[in-house]
Design a protein around this ligand. Structure first.
Ligand code: ZN
Ligand code: FE
Length: 251
């Protein structure tokens, strides 16, 4: 399976999975870059997967289904124009043209109906888990988001994390303010800067890297607790997580 991050808008990636001349896309916020990519690779679209209702993830559905008559999978708990198959926790999404199937993971927090699509070694997690960060809490509570991130954190360490935005450098800058002594984080900063300077994406990362460096997966680590406590939080994981998220919003 070939996986390409088709760039869209300022910093979105529309993930395009291709096999034997067929493709599926995750979160096409814009149809045009996807149509250009498919034309350039001579590939036909077979399915669309949507993680949540924001326009930078779902705005390209209409333009794609005008050209390709394909199923559009999306969260059952959100009302998204163009979604034809509503999915819930534990459902299996099958795309036979690519011989691919994904399990659906519900992840309330960024939005209330947000879902991820997972198959062994690959996680398409929209705006929930970012490389070294997490999505803003537009609809859910800190407790919901923390529970959602904990679900993802329990996946195997070699899982490739395909998030939907290139936010990694600013996320690492914040993570270094939280954990200035985290050696793996310092190494990641160098690696990501080198990638970006070469014009390359910083994603996917792996879940192991996220567990070692992403402060939002580390609300139980003593250094992270200490940083949150210095900003007024008590030691409970939800309070630590909420303090981190608030801090990042204003960072
Ligand atoms: Zn979003
Ligand atoms: Fe987004």
């Amino acid at each position: 399976m070939k996986i390409t991050g088709v760039p869209a808008f300022q910093d979105n990636y529309i993930w395009c999975l291709e096999r034997d001349g067929r493709a599926l896309v995750v979160d096409p916020g814009d149809a045009d870059p996807v149509l250009d990519h498919l034309a350039a690779s001579g590939t036909a679209l077979a399915a669309i997967l949507i993680t949540h209702h924001h326009n930078d993830h779902a705005g390209g559905i209409a333009g794609l289904v005008r050209r390709f008559d394909v199923p559009v999978f999306g969260p059952a708990l959100e009302d998204i124009a163009g979604v034809t198959v509503k999915v819930r926790e534990g459902d299996t999404v099958r795309v036979p043209q690519l011989d691919a199937q994904f399990s659906v993971i519900e992840l309330p927090g960024h939005t209330l109906g947000h879902v991820a699509y997972y198959r062994p070694n690959q996680l398409f997690c929209g705006d929930t888990l970012f490389a070294c960060g997490c999505g803003r809490l537009f609809e859910g509570t800190p407790a919901q988001m923390l529970a959602s991130l904990s679900k993802l954190a329990s996946l195997p360490g070699d899982t490739q994390v395909y998030c939907a935005h290139e936010y990694t450098q600013s996320n690492i800058r914040f993570a270094l303010a939280v954990e200035p002594g985290n050696q793996r984080l310092i190494a990641r900063w160098e690696q990501v800067n080198a990638l970006r300077q070469a014009g390359l994406p910083s994603v996917p990362s792996t879940l192991e890297t996220e567990r070692e460096t992403n402060p939002f997966l580390r609300a139980g680590e003593s250094a992270v607790i200490a940083a949150a406590r210095a900003r007024g939080a008590d030691d409970s994981p939800v309070a630590v997580f909420a303090a981190l998220r608030e801090w990042k919003n204003r960072y």
